[in-house]
Design a protein around this ligand. Structure first.
Ligand code: ATP
Ligand code: MG
Length: 417
């Protein structure tokens, strides 16, 4: 128990962490090119932010939140998603008073109480971007294009981009009646959660994971067929923009998304390479969220991309993440004076950005060489008390086994090349 991580969490070990650095760097670079700035918000927020922001008939709020009361009797929740906190910060700091639109990104851990399986964890990580302050479909196309390019530039192919429109509160109202009519005679067979959603938010039932409910909603009317003129036009606009950017997509009228706040655009990038949890990235537009959380009526659009699923995908593709060089220089020392000299040399090399190690377990010289091999060092510098007398050291290229004597003042030049 004591030496097991909690169910649904994963350690990222030192010999694996380079993969995370790789995708994080790629994401930060993409954000720079697409001109998004990072925003960092707390790991926990007031529970109400999510119940109001994410929606209290969603899976997340109904059964997945890590909520607790702190010692001050406040209800606190560990972030289950990234958008509501960004909205909260945007409103709190009045970022809408700056030049609009606001383009922000985040890299965060998320917490959801789920049934752990491949690609589904209780602590997972997300990249996300948001554009606040424009309802122009250029922004939607930009957000979708960002995800498409980011994934493509990582070498991930065979992803399908699926887009849909889930309308606005106006057209959803008429659609809601149609959907309720369709579901009426199926009500008794719905799962308990969906029975509760029937009146409050029947569209949620379309997104239920229970196989029985999924079967029941087969043939249900689609929001896409009930859009008002404004939403229809927006969807056409989006498609035209994507066509102009040469981004391929399929229209999937079945996409609902797991969060209540979406309006108009909804999209997903889906793979069939990583099993049941195939949605790597999901997002859409949320024109009323900022207002709902207490801010001015400002529209927004964004996506969340699951890092663990992205890594699963990368591992299933032929594109291997380059493992960084482990070590540039190993300093092997023989004798007390050599050791003291080596300590100072190690410091100098490290201050030049050269990855340098030396033995700290008192290994003999043979042991030190073995250790250097295991560390996959590019060079070894061999220092003996006698050589020091002559102001020289030996530098061995571990790949070619070539060894030469180098005057002490030339060491760094020799290594840097
Ligand atoms: P799903 O339908 O798979 O539960 P979701 O609709 O709940 O996904 P979002 O809230 O849109 O997912 O989150 C955005 C992305 O975060 C998902 O596309 C996925 O890649 C990732 N994600 C969501 N939940 C988890 C989880 N429990 N473990 C790992 N990754 C997750
Ligand atoms: Mg989910």
């Amino acid at each position: 128990m004591l030496t097991n991580a909690p169910k649904g969490t994963k350690d990222i070990l030192p010999n694996q962490v380079y993969k995370w650095h790789y995708i994080e760097n790629a994401f930060r670079e993409a954000c720079a090119a697409y001109v998004f700035k990072e925003i960092r918000t707390p790991v926990f927020e007031h529970t109400e932010l999510f119940s109001r922001g994410v929606g209290d008939t969603t899976d997340i709020v109904e059964k997945q939140m890590y909520t607790f009361e702190d010692y001050g009797k406040r209800s606190i929740t560990l972030k289950p998603e990234g958008t509501a906190p960004v909205v909260r910060a945007f409103v709190e700091h009045k970022l809408y008073a700056d030049i609009q639109p606001s383009k922000m990104y985040y890299i965060i851990p998320c917490f959801r109480y789920e049934k752990p399986q491949s690609g589904r964890l209780r602590e997972f990580h997300q990249f996300g971007i948001e554009i606040f302050g424009t309802d122009n479909m250029i922004a939607d196309a930009e957000v979708i294009g960002f995800a498409a390019d980011f994934l493509n530039n990582l070498g991930i192919r065979d992803l399908e981009l699926r887009i849909n429109s889930i309308g606005c509160p106006k057209c959803r109202e008429t659609y809601r009646t149609t959907l309720i009519d369709f579901l009426r005679d199926k009500y008794d067979s719905l799962c308990e959660t969906c029975k509760g959603r029937y009146d409050k938010n029947p569209m949620r039932i379309l997104d239920c994971k229970s196989p029985i409910c999924q079967e029941l909603v087969n043939g249900a009317p689609y929001m896409l067929d009930h859009l008002c003129d404004e939403c229809k036009e927006a969807f056409n606009d989006l498609k035209n923009n994507l066509d102009a950017m040469e981004i391929e997509y399929v229209i999937d009228p079945g996409i609902v998304r797991g969060l209540d706040y979406y309006t108009k655009t909804a999209f997903e990038f889906v793979s069939d390479k990583i099993g049941a949890q195939g949605t790597v990235c999901g997002g859409g537009r949320y024109d009323h969220l900022i207002e709902q959380i207490g801010g001015p009526p400002i529209p927004g659009v964004g996506f969340g991309l699951g890092m663990e699923r992205l890594l699963l995908l990368l591992e299933s593709s032929e594109n291997t993440i380059p493992e960084p060089d482990n070590l540039d220089v190993f300093i092997a020392v023989m004798g007390e004076r050599a050791k003291r000299f080596g300590l100072k040399l190690m410091r100098d090399l490290r201050n030049h950005g050269i990855k340098t190690e030396m033995d700290s377990l008192g290994r003999n010289i043979k042991g030190q060489f073995k250790y250097a091999d295991r560390l996959r060092s590019k060079y070894s510098i061999i220092i003996g008390d006698n050589e020091l007398e002559q102001n020289i050291v030996s530098i061995k290229n571990m790949e070619t086994s070539e060894q030469k004597q180098v005057p002490i003042p030339n060491i760094i030049k020799e290594i840097i090349g």
